[in-house]
Design a protein around this ligand. Structure first.
Ligand code: NAD
Length: 406
């Protein structure tokens, strides 16, 4: 009898957690093979991309070798890009290979959503991959280089104006980095600090609406204290190479819009013939199985899981917990035990605004602001890294964050 094939597509937070859980539960079963497929040989610490974009850490600081994470497990890692899937016939297809599976976990994550805003896709930067972060980084340096030689005051102003569109967590964390780094760049390029304009533009009445109102206000105060303009109730309606237009009629002349206005499921989700929910997320049942195929599970940002009518937010915790649950349910099917319903339990959120200021809202703790929240965020990051790769990854983190200056 050939071995049962369990395949996980995507080595993000959810996919890695699923792989490790499957190994733990099925390591003694020689008749089960577990394969993790990803288009990159590394796992990206997506929550820290802003630090690469803002020159706080090197790109290697958000890359974790998948081979390293899986080194003592029975999980086989395959570095390949899946282009198509035939879920009915249980196959994933790449340019050169076909992968058969008995169980599949779809964990291909999310991508920026543009909501059809004219010019957004063409002219804005996004922050949802390591390449995105590096592009932003290089562009900002380029803008300072150009501005330092520019004679026209209007063009210089455009070059030194940096706009973040969307005041969710990604946008706030990105602006926190810009605030710090542009001050350093001003010194390097001999540009007066007053010439730099930083703006966060948010469609809703408040930035980071998920946060407790007090924390959201703290973030706004911190930004304003550091000269960042915060626009709320101001949807961006159009983007041009040299300006951003808002519904209010205001226009900001700039060559840099970083779009952090929200995410949708990876476009791969649309090709699968599965039931999709809002923003193309794959609808799953209480066991995280897709509607059409009980042997296909979806987890993390690509899934739409509803609890009491509310969609579970696309957070790292949601990905980790759904990854674990899907893996447990597949193991239960193989071992002939009972599957468990998914019962997510979110413990809170932490948002950094530069290196020394953060806000955190964690279940069972008072609201944290400033350096305490920053420390908490580092501890949570290190806890995660220890869980996937042991002390070696913690040491790398400490080196990247505190000892090496990018
Ligand atoms: P988001 O959807 O959380 O926030 C996007 C923001 O953009 C919203 O506030 C929205 O109102 C605004 N927006 C949308 N259209 C706009 C327009 N036309 N003009 C101006 N503003 C507009 O997206 P995100 O911040 O990229 O986060 C995506 C997911 O990742 C979320 O679930 C988030 O919680 C999670 N995340 C978590 C962390 C963390 O925990 N530290 C960090 C980053 C992202």
């Amino acid at each position: 009898m050939s071995a049962k094939q369990v395949v996980i597509l995507g080595a993000g937070y959810g996919g890695l957690e699923a792989a490790k859980t499957l190994h733990r539960l099925l390591k003694k079963r020689s008749d089960v093979e577990i394969t993790l497929i990803d288009q990159n040989p590394y796992h990206t610490l997506l929550t820290e991309l802003h630090q690469v974009a803002g020159h706080r850490i090197e790109p290697k600081g958000v890359k974790v070798s998948i081979e390293h994470v899986l080194q003592y497990t029975k999980v086989k890692f395959v570095h390949d890009k899946i282009q198509k899937a035939d879920l009915k016939n249980k196959k994933l297809i790449s340019a050169n290979h076909e992968y058969s599976f008995d169980y599949l976990i779809l964990a291909a994550g999310s991508q920026p959503a543009y909501f059809g805003i004219p010019g957004m896709k063409e002219h804005a930067f996004t922050l949802w991959s390591l390449e995105d972060a590096q592009k932003i980084h290089d562009h900002i340096v380029h803008m300072f280089q150009l501005a330092s030689k520019e004679q026209s005051p209007d063009k210089r102003k455009e070059m030194l104006t940096f706009v973040v569109g969307g005041g969710g967590f990604t946008g706030v964390e990105m602006m926190g980095e810009l605030m710090e780094w542009t001050a350093t760049l001003c010194r390097e390029y001999n540009i007066p600090k007053e010439e730099v304009r930083l703006a966060v533009v948010e469609a809703l009445p408040t930035i980071c609406p998920i946060l407790d109102e007090k924390l959201s206000k703290k973030v706004v105060n911190f930004f304003e204290k550091h000269g960042v303009e915060v626009y709320t109730n101001t949807p961006i309606t159009e983007v041009h190479p040299e300006k951003v237009c808002m519904k209010t009629g205001d226009v900001i002349p700039t060559r840099t819009l970083i779009w952090t206005g929200g995410v949708e499921a990876n476009e791969f989700a649309k090709e699968l013939g599965l039931t999709l929910g809002k923003r193309n997320r794959i609808v799953v049942n209480e066991y995280l199985q897709t509607v059409e195929y009980p042997y296909v599970y979806a987890i993390g940002d690509i899934m739409e899981f509803k609890e009491n009518g509310d969609v579970l937010p696309a957070l790292v915790e949601s990905a980790l917990q759904s990854g674990k649950c899907a893996a447990q349910n597949i193991a239960a099917e193989i071992l002939g035990t009972q599957k468990q319903k998914f019962k997510p339990e979110l413990h809170g959120v932490m948002v950094s605004v530069g290196s020394f200021f953060a806000v955190a809202q964690i279940k069972g703790l008072p609201l944290l602001v400033g350096i305490w929240a920053t420390i908490m965020k580092h501890l949570v990051n290190m806890h995660y890294l220890f869980g996937i790769g042991g002390f070696e990854l913690i040491w790398d983190y400490i080196y990247d964050q505190f000892l090496y200056k990018a």
